[in-house]
Design a protein around this ligand. Structure first.
Ligand SMILES: Cc1cc2nc3c(=O)[nH]c(=O)nc-3n(C[C@H](O)[C@H](O)[C@H](O)COP(=O)(O)OP(=O)(O)OC[C@H]3O[C@@H](n4cnc5c(N)ncnc54)[C@H](O)[C@@H]3O)c2cc1C
Length: 497
């Protein structure tokens, strides 16, 4: 028997990308159906790091306060030689950073996914089909039909959606449905990932991540929340997965840090880390996001983060299209903006991977961030979005367009994003210009020193921010501010039930 479900947006895959996207779309008040092949969430650790920008997306998705209780602030990463000498330091600023959150966090990925799922369960208009596999996606021009199979009963299930987003991971069925190949950026290495559960406190292991740049066998140590600790170890080409995951071998690798009295093995697995970007992220009404669109070597802890950024970039655009507040060409901006940003992270992660084999600080740093040799300190990167004119709104080039804006606190202590929610906002140094249409949420610098400081940093007097907190346009003169304030940037929250 075939059941047909109708929905505004169908999301294939309930990993972190799909769950974040579903929350943001539901926040906009449109109907969402998530289809997930597995019965339960993947419970073993994968990502152990995310950044302040992603925490800001989780703020928009409504889980940041709960999440911040389950994560740790990340002090940074150190690259050390086989003798233990520091080659390169990558400290993360302590204290609240520009995004209104810490700049870098340690997490247990299932904690994040649990919170995203719990939040989604409280939202109206959301259907989640687990144990349901999407086998085919056909774009009929005015809608997409997904053919699915209930894996428990074997029944066929059909989902009709205005748009479909494949958040279905590295082996994406939906990427196949749009016929997109992957561009291989050239990194491929097998790494053994070992997750340990400490039986007793071991503060001597430290809170920093450590990259052991041993050309014989590069290794990484990561602190994760609670009693979890991670080691990642290079696998040589002549070693089989079975050999390196043998428990005796594992305890041998870890002997310099741990014995079975200290910790138990939670899991070990060999992953092949790759660097890839899909050639096409959209065809008609079908799109892809997260690992379906790009794969990142893990050295910067940015793979999942890229998927979270995809979700933040895409949700408001889809919501506007579904509500008829924008035409589908807006969706052309998605790949144009996101792909260069994702690529910049992947290329930096590849250089960091190369660096683990480098033996002196200068060549290591030159490899990590060309032009910086001799400084022995790495900076966090913040690549802008790729260029694209959003049809109709803020089409003119202004300084800082496509850059992520910070999140100042208002004098009341509230973070700025809470003023507008996941919607555009105008930031003005002074009182609004005459005739300003107050349907667009706005904040001014009057009485809010952090807003003035943020505008000073950009040497501007007004900023129009998109719902994803990237800059749509800036203005300095009274005339340009009036033009900026008159831009009819629609809100994806409009029309919300
Ligand atoms: C060892 C390791 C360490 C990592 N460390 C970090 C880190 O520190 N920081 C970081 O940012 N990232 C890290 N990553 C990457 C991160 O885990 C992934 O990028 C992230 O899980 C991708 O999320 P996703 O939602 O795009 O895809 P996935 O998490 O892969 O989810 C895809 C979902 O789609 C479902 N699915 C697939 N096909 C279908 C279908 N046909 N029908 C229905 N459902 C389907 C799958 O069952 C799955 O649940 C790490 C990864 C690994 C393996």
């Amino acid at each position: 028997m075939t059941n047909r479900l109708k929905t505004d947006v169908a999301i294939v895959g309930f990993g972190p990308t799909g769950a974040t996207l579903a929350n943001l779309l539901a926040e906009c008040g449109i109907t969402v159906t998530v289809i997930e092949r597995e019965a339960a969430m993947y419970h073993l650790p994968r990502a152990v790091h995310f950044d302040g920008e992603c925490m800001r997306v989780f703020q928009a998705a409504g889980i940041a306060d709960d999440l911040s209780k389950r994560v740790l602030q990340n002090p940074g990463m150190r690259f050390v030689s086989p003798e233990g000498d520091m080659l390169l330091d990558w400290p993360r600023p302590q204290g609240i950073g520009p995004q209104g959150w810490f700049t870098s966090y340690r997490l247990h990925q299932p904690d994040l996914e649990t919170l995203l799922r719990q939040k989604l369960a409280t939202r109206p208009g959301v259907t989640v089909l687990t144990q349901t596999e999407v086998v085919e996606a056909i774009d009929h021009g005015d809608h997409v039909l997904l053919a699915c199979r209930d894996r428990e009963t074997g029944d066929a299930v059909s989902v009709q959606a205005s748009y479909v987003v494949g958040c279905d991971g590295a082996r994406s069925t939906i990427r196949g449905a749009i016929g997109s190949a992957m561009d291989d950026l050239g990194f491929e290495e097998r790494w053994l990932v070992i997750d340990m559960l400490l039986k007793r406190d071991r503060p001597d292991l430290g809170d920093h991540s450590v990259q052991y740049c041993d050309p014989e066998r590069p290794m990484t140590y990561c602190r994760a929340p609670r009693n979890r600790r991670r080691w990642e170890i290079t696998v040589h080409p002549d070693e089989s997965d079975a050999e390196v995951t043998d428990p005796d071998r594992i305890w041998g690798y870890l002997a310099r840090w741990l014995t079975p009295e200290d910790a138990g093995l939670e899991r070990s697995a060999v992953y092949t880390f790759r660097s890839m970007v899909a050639q096409s992220w959209r065809k008609g009404r079908i799109l892809i996001a997260g690992d379906a669109a790009h794969l990142t070597p893990p050295f910067m802890g940015q793979g999942m983060c890229a998927g979270i950024r995809d979700a933040a970039n895409l949700a408001w655009k889809l919501a506007l299209c579904v509500k008829g507040l924008a035409t589908p060409d807006l969706l052309d901006s998605y790949q144009a903006e996101r792909a260069p940003n994702a690529r910049a992270f992947i290329e930096t992660a590849m250089r960091l991977g190369g660096l683990i084999n480098a033996l002196d600080a200068d060549s290591a740093l030159e490899m990590a961030q060309p032009g910086n040799a001799g400084k022995a300190r790495m900076q966090t990167i913040a690549p802008p979005l790729g260029p694209h004119d959003l049809t109709g709104w803020a089409a003119t080039e202004t300084p800082h367009k496509g850059q992520l804006f910070c999140q100042p606190r208002l004098s009341s202590g509230s973070p700025m994003d809470d003023v507008s929610g996941y919607a555009p906002i105008l930031i003005l140094r002074d009182a609004p210009p005459q005739g300003f249409d107050q349907s667009l949420p706005y904040v001014t610098g009057v009485g809010h020193p952090e807003i003035i400081a943020a505008l000073d940093d950009l040497e501007t007097n007004a900023v129009l921010l998109r719902p994803d907190r990237y800059i749509a346009a800036t203005a300095c003169t009274e005339k340009d501010i009036a033009t900026l304030a008159a831009i009819p940037f629609p809100s994806p929250l409009n029309g919300k039930a």
